[in-house]
Design a protein around this ligand. Sequence first.
Ligand code: XMP
Length: 517
Amino acid sequence: KILILDFGSQVTQLIARRVREAHVYCEIHPCDVSDEFVRNFGAKGIILSGSHASVYEESTDHAPQAVFELGVPVLGICYGMQTMAHQLGGKVEAGHQREFGFAAVRARGHTKLLNGIQDFETEEGHGMLHVWMSHGDKVTELPPGFKLMASTESCPIAGMADEVRNFYAVQFHPEVTHTVQGAAMLQRFVLDICAASPDWIMGNYIEEAVAKIREQVGDEEVILGLSGGVDSSVAAALIHRAIGDQLTCVFVDHGLLRLNEGQMVMDMFAGRLHAKVVHVDASEQFLGKLTGVSDPEAKRKIIGREFVEVFQSEAAKLKQAKWLAQGTIYPDVIESGGAKTKKAVTIKSHHNVGGLPETLGLKLLEPLRDLFKDEVRELGVALGLPHDMVYRHPFPGPGLGVRILGEVKREYADLLRRADAIFIDELRAAGWYEKTSQAFTVFLPVKSVGVMGDGRTYEYVVALRAVETQDFMTAHWAELPHSLLGKVSNRIINEVRGINRVVYDISGKPPATIEWE
Ligand code: XMP
């Protein structure tokens, strides 16, 4: 496995994802772990991440000295390169100018890391790479034993290597996709230079994960809040594979789910997998509590609180249960463990179905803690879950509660469910579902005038929303073909009595958010 030491860059997670894509297992740990930790980790290689700090000024972060004494290959990226240079006797100088964006790097000499990897050749025959740079400081003197590996006009030492000790460093960011050959470089490092084995494959991982769950749980019983979302579904399937009937899933229908969602979850888990699933229809209770409430944050809080209450009372009935299983995934773990969280303004308080309190007094079972989302999906497919279920768009915990603007009513939810099902159907049929990261329909509680046949109508409006995004932090509205939008609009207005107007949301995030509330 590979050890990634995090110096606080925004993109450290991407290093891990690229390494895992090469089927090599890796873990991210903070840069200030002890020498002992580094020695006992058993790394085949170590990667030092970037940072937003400077080696000399804002930060005193250094790599544990053991990193350079273990005898394993080390790759420094950006700040990781600077700290490597600094700690091994080179020189780093504060830059007067930040260099940020694309750069063409000349690969110098033949190093194991870059040999044969290039985007184009200059007329003089130099191998060149398109890379992404983001740094202020730079290395100005190589440490003893190092040779120059790459350079740009403004950054003469953009890469360095000590091939005897297998230390490599680059000033640019190979982990981001803007660096065209970045994945190839990281692969070269972990597979060829570190000789890590590419055995991190989800199909093989099942056996290991199943054994681990059995060992952890023994003959005790486990409960799990099944939402129908990807993470809880894959967690349920994996745990069921491990311990069968010792697992009870609790599926809470809060009345704000998509069309036929309840049926689909029951068919899959109770029907096909023969898992124990308690289906709780709590829609009366949820909708009752939401009556008269129109503030988005208030609605979220009510839904979150009711969910915990319903789940708790179900859990209390399962007296033998000692474990609470959750679909926590690796990015959640990194985020909550990272000491470097910034203080941000709360735009929306995310109430996730699944964020259950510790007051349940149960031990936590989180079998997906080591996995990225793509890996969770791969695992789901390997466990036999249907492709469509595993590759679904995310669905917010409060469900249609935040897609019905203002006060939530059962009538609105019923109309919205049917309209949304038509939209998603047509997106899938046109091959646009996979091209968008999230798509849904929003119910607007305003009426407008229309004409149908010879009569006047006065009915509700829905908005269609479809976005393209990688990280859900920023998003572009999807440029769906007009013919597709037209078809969806026609079908909704013809098939869903009560809606006579359909509009398309063309706002980006920022300034709009993806959901309307
Ligand atoms: P926004 O609307 O903030 O959404 O641009 C970003 C992503 O988060 C999802 N979202 C939620 N997920 N509980 C959730 O579990 C919530 O309260 C919630 N609000 C927004 C949203 O669907 C999108 O994927």
